[in-house]
Design a protein around this ligand. Structure first.
Ligand code: HAM
Length: 419
């Protein structure tokens, strides 16, 4: 019986995993430079963790099921809520700041297409404890530096939900209507937006967008528009301070006051990263400040900020931008020409494996075929072991790059690579 993979899931070959792990390590190398440490969270959670405040889109796309104890559970659609739960339940007295990173598959029941899967990986960080502009800037800089470390070209868009929420509060629009409105902003659904509000100032603010070079002008315009709305002005000055810090840290960005994010828990700075050439699914990262989520899970009110890369989209961007990833390399392939020396060959392989990557020919092929195989796995040397060589404590070695063949003493094989 042939069984297909579930829709929206993928298998990864060793070659793909090698590339994915290389990129994952490069990203985590940067997290490490900022001293973030890895955590792990469960694959499934109680549904309430996400139904409380994660936003309609996520809730509707969750994989929900009942276990044998009739508990309603779901596969995690994202990690931020789990990290808040972990902190609220078990780490509330820990020394702050808490600086976490994770790499894990997430599950969302969405219509699969290029760059959109039902099982996809996120690589992200969460910074719990401090509430200041340095922390916001640090998290954004970590995301930015991680992508720079991959030589990727991308756009970073920064907004501030405090500006939008502040303006809406000052206009007397709050609660669910505010969430609904921000959802329409996130979807860029102008018709829905126009049906929800009439205040022209909202539309003017949402249009404010421009590069770092034009930031003074954009922020000036925002200030003029928001002059009568004190909550919004306060948030705007915070955004200014964050941008100033990013300037110092050498981060390039676009200001976009229309960044609203699909999740409802954000309270302050928000940002998204895009690689336009990816087409419809070009958003490769999203994040921001969420100061009220931990409190929602009965934790002591604790501010936090973080982001997540859509790791699969980062991989797509690497491919689209033709960024080279070093191939897997094998040091030695060992082949025997006669069964009588197989044990000698095994012994040589074991010794070499103390230092090198050694592939032993398990298919008992003719030497010509072993060389073809060695070529296909990117091997540096093929060691051919025969009775005559063994009698002299030697082996025959083929350099796969130069195609030269020579006889080498067994004790000197490792000099081929350590010299
Ligand atoms: P999010 O924007 O929902 O934010 O997801 C983060 C990233 O995951 C997106 O920018 C996108 O690249 C990727 N992504 C989302 N859905 C899919 C999918 N179906 N297939 C492939 N990639 C996808 C969050 O999840 C927040 N927890 C981020 C965060 C962390 N905020 C604060 N801390």
């Amino acid at each position: 019986m042939k069984i297909e993979r579930p829709r929206g899931t993928r298998d990864f070959t060793p070659e793909e995993m090698q590339k994915r792990n290389f990129i994952r390590n490069k990203i985590e190398e940067v997290y490490g430079k900022f001293n973030y440490l890895e955590i792990a969270i469960p694959t499934f959670e109680h549904i309430e963790l996400f139904s409380l405040k994660s936003g309609n889109d996520i809730r509707e796309s969750m994989y929900v099921f009942r276990d044998k104890g009739d508990r309603e559970l779901c596969l995690r659609p994202e990690a931020t809520a789990s990290v808040c739960r972990m902190f609220a339940n078990d780490m509330r007295t820990a020394q702050k700041p808490l600086k976490f990173y994770y790499y894990a598959p997430m599950f969302r029941y969405e219509r699969p297409q290029k760059g959109r899967y039902r099982e996809f990986w996120q690589s992200g960080i969460e910074l719990i404890g401090p509430k200041n502009c340095e922390s916001d800037a640090e998290v954004i800089a970590a995301a930015y530096t991680a992508l720079k470390n991959l030589n990727l070209e991308f756009e970073l868009e920064i907004g501030h939900l405090g500006v939008l929420r502040g303006l809406l509060n000052d206009l007397g629009i709050s609660g669910e209507k505010q969430d609904e409105l921000l959802n329409a902003v996130d979807k860029k659904d102008v018709t829905r937006l126009e049906n929800l509000v009439e205040h022209g100032v909202i539309f003017d603010v949402l249009e404010l967008k421009g590069t770092k070079e034009g930031s003074k002008e954009i922020l000036g315009k925002a200030e003029n528009l928001l002059n009568d709305y004190p909550d919004a002005i306060l948030a705007l000055s915070e955004l200014k301070e964050i941008l100033l810090m990013l300037d110092i840290m050498g981060v390039d960005y676009v200001i976009d006051l229309g960044v609203a994010r699909g999740l409802e828990y954000y309270t302050g700075v928000v940002f998204e990263m895009r690689v336009q050439s990816l087409g419809a699914q070009c958003q490769i990262a999203g994040g921001g400040r969420y100061d009220k989520l931990i409190g929602l899970f009965d934790g002591p009110p604790t501010p936090a900020v973080g982001f997540a890369f859509g790791f699969d989209r980062v991989m797509d961007a690497i491919e689209v931008q033709n960024i080279k990833i070093p191939e897997n390399e094998v040091d030695f392939v060992i082949a025997v020409v006669d069964h009588s020396v197989r044990k000698n060959a095994l012994k040589i392989a074991s010794k070499l494996r103390e230092k090198f990557i050694v592939d032993f020919d398990l298919m008992n092929r003719k030497i010509g075929k072993v060389i073809e195989y060695a070529n296909s796995i990117n091997a540096k040397f093929v060691i051919v072991i025969g009775p005559r060589e063994i009698a002299e404590n030697k082996v025959s070695v083929r350099d796969m790059k130069t195609k030269e063949q020579k006889t080498v003493k067994i004790s000197e094989i490792e000099n081929l690579l350590t010299k």
